[in-house]
Design a protein around this ligand. Structure first.
Ligand SMILES: NC(=O)c1ccc[n+]([C@@H]2O[C@H](COP(=O)([O-])OP(=O)(O)OC[C@H]3O[C@@H](n4cnc5c(N)ncnc54)[C@H](OP(=O)(O)O)[C@@H]3O)[C@@H](O)[C@H]2O)c1
Length: 84
């Protein structure tokens, strides 16, 4: 059976810390095959990839893209910071 996917929407300071902790967790690795992490900036996507996450560059307002990503995941964390 293929492993589940988890998504971190808005993977900044808090999301990266959560993602890194999940990647270190044997329980997480047993259950989840991929940890998707979203950002709005391509440079940040490279950093997320270096952490071992699967980056997606997107804005929350991209509704169809968001639905598509969420449809493939069985769990998620929402760590988008509110607009200033
Ligand atoms: N930092 C803490 O210690 C802490 C503690 C408790 C609670 N919080 C709360 O947790 C939330 C996240 O904090 P943080 O420190 O992790 O913030 P952060 O480092 O600024 O990360 C926020 C993330 O949200 C993304 N984002 C912002 N606007 C977006 C939009 N319109 N569409 C899609 N993604 C968007 C950012 O994209 P980019 O990657 O492109 O910037 C970034 O990945 C905030 O509400 C904060 O108040 C933070």
């Amino acid at each position: 059976m293929s492993k589940e996917k988890l998504i971190i929407l808005g993977c900044g300071y808090l999301g990266s810390a959560a993602g890194a902790a999940l990647l270190r967790s044997p329980r997480h690795r047993e259950r989840f095959g991929e940890l998707i992490a979203t950002t709005t900036t391509p440079a940040r996507a490279e950093e997320l990839e270096r952490l071992g996450l699967s980056p997606e560059v997107m804005e929350l307002a991209e509704e169809s893209r968001l639905r598509e990503l969420l449809a493939g995941c069985s769990a998620g964390l929402l760590t988008v910071a509110p607009a200033k």
